[in-house]
Ligand binder design. Structure first.
Ligand code: NDP
Ligand code: 2IT
Length: 446
């Protein structure tokens, strides 16, 4: 079996040179899927796996705009339309200087499986730009978003491809992007999700990824006869996902010890309170400040240039970015008695880290399952837009909870091992794959 996997990865690596994150994401999936496919000739003969790693289409475009000093700036825009077997392309936009085609292909690939796991009819895509919103005025962000959408609008639409937010794309950016889309098209349709609740957005969408993550952790712990109340939790990131993961942890009676940004992390041994979390939300979303300021304000420790994984915890939630938790970090978590690692970010744990979790029998919930709550509520936003209606907060939250529960059940169905241990990675990969593979078979060679 290893030979088959190596041979497949060899071919993918050759074809996608210079895209290490994409190859990493494909390898993690191939290891679970190839043994499954070997027993199913229809998937094998139709080359489903070979087709699934090839984007249906990738669009790359120039984004010229004028900054506040009157100078011309040029960025690069992307949209990777990975797979539309079960619905229109759906996935976020990332604005970060590190963005390149390989990173967006990895994210689009993960999105295909994640969207399938939600049970909603959404294909997978991802896009973005190497534009860095940090340090830019609102006016500059608006100018950039308008130029970006002036090109992107040709490729998206409520039945074609529906972008949303991701790193560097929050409420402000979605507003500008949607405004420009609406102006160019001359119509108000649900071509973007994550909209404000006053203008076509869904209740609970801002909270959905973080809340969904914690619901998923609760399902894991419940299946092991345990619960989240009273647990110590370390969180990385202080953006959208991290904030609402922290909020739900605190609501459920857990203690959140850390949060971070790209410069360092804060350690609050008493546990971050609702009051202190409100400070973080304002600091990050409105003032666009640094997490270091939390340590200064509340007189706690700040670790410059470090990540929080050496702090003793029961549950670790990496919620910042890819490959932020290494094998060495995983060993520290295992040595400190951590029982569960759940990914709010996409692919934050390196393959070496995942191997340590498996060896130590630490519950490891991969992002495509654990952080699917965000896109799930985006799917519900699409439904509400089509209905020209909006559901109440309680209604959307109940649906989100139910979806996370169903994803957990799928992971158990496909990931339970002989000794009873649940391999969530295998469960999520196969659970996501089956529906897409069957749809691709039914639709012929397209
Ligand atoms: P935000 O932009 O709101 O926040 C990102 C956070 O991660 C910030 O604290 C940021 O720090 C930190 N960060 C970003 N890049 C790096 C880096 N290279 N190294 C260290 N820290 C970094 O993004 P989101 O919260 O939306 O996204 C976080 C993760 O969750 C991403 O992996 C995203 O793909 C994933 N995700 C997001 C969903 C959503 O609905 N938004 C849904 C599912 C997954 P700083 O402020 O210093 O940049
Ligand atoms: O990674 C993700 O799932 C997201 N950034 C959310 C995508 C979406 O369409 O809501």
């Amino acid at each position: 079996m290893n030979n088959l996997v190596n041979e497949f990865i060899g071919k993918v690596s050759k074809r996608n040179a210079g895209e290490p994150e994409f190859i990493q994401a494909v390898s993690e999936v191939a290891e679970s899927i190839i043994p499954y496919i070997e027993e199913r000739p229809s998937y094998k003969n139709s080359k489903i796996l070979e087709r699934i790693v090839e984007p249906e289409r990738a669009i790359i475009f120039r984004v010229p705009w004028i900054n506040d000093r009157g100078e011309v700036e040029v960025n690069r825009g992307f949209r990777v339309q990975m797979n539309s077997a079960i619905g229109p392309y759906k996935g976020g936009l990332r604005f970060h200087p590190s963005v390149n085609l390989g990173i967006l292909k990895f994210l689009a690939f993960e999105q295909v499986f994640k969207n399938s796991l939600t049970g909603l009819p959404m294909g997978g895509g991802k896009g973005g730009s190497d534009f860095d919103p940090k340090g830019r005025s609102d006016n500059e962000v608006m100018k950039f978003c308008q130029s970006f959408m002036t090109e992107l609008h040709r490729y998206i639409g409520p039945d074609i491809d529906i972008p949303a937010g991701d790193i560097g794309v929050g409420k402000r950016e979605i507003g500008y992007l949607f405004g420009q889309y609406k102006r160019i098209k001359g119509e108000f349709t649900g071509a973007i999700t994550g909209k404000g609740s006053e203008w076509g957005g869904s209740e609970i969408r801002p909270e959905a990824t973080g809340y969904g993550l914690v619901y998923f952790v609760e399902e894991i712990l419940k299946s092991a006869g345990n619960s989240i109340a009273g647990k110590n939790v370390t969180i990385s990131g202080s953006g959208n996902v991290a904030q609402y993961a922290a909020e739900k942890c605190i609501q459920e009676g857990a203690k959140v010890l850390t949060m971070s940004d790209s410069q360092g992390f804060i350690y609050d041994p008493e546990g971050i309170t609702f009051h202190r979390l409100a400070y973080i939300k304002t600091l990050k979303d409105n003032e666009r400040g640094r997490i270091k300021e939390y340590a200064e304000k509340f007189n706690c420790a700040y670790f410059e240039g470090e990540r929080p994984w050496k702090i003793k915890c029961d549950i670790a939630l990496p919620n910042a970015t890819q490959n932020e938790l290494t094998e060495e970090d995983a060993r520290a978590l295992a040595a400190n008695g951590c029982i569960c690692v759940a990914e709010g970010a996409n692919m934050p744990c390196t393959p070496g880290a995942v191997a340590v979790f498996n060896e130590a029998r630490i519950f490891y919930a991969p992002g495509k399952a654990a952080n699917a709550g965000g896109v799930a509520v985006s799917g519900l936003e699409m439904s509400q837009n089509s209905l020209r209606y909006s559901w109440s907060r309680n209604e959307v939250e109940a649906r989100l909870k139910q979806i996370m529960k169903q994803i957990h059940e799928l992971c158990v169905k496909y990931g339970k091992e002989e000794d009873g241990h649940i391999n969530y990675e295998k469960g999520a990969n196969i659970g996501g794959f089956v529906k897409i593979a069957d749809a691709m078979l039914a639709q012929g060679l397209v």
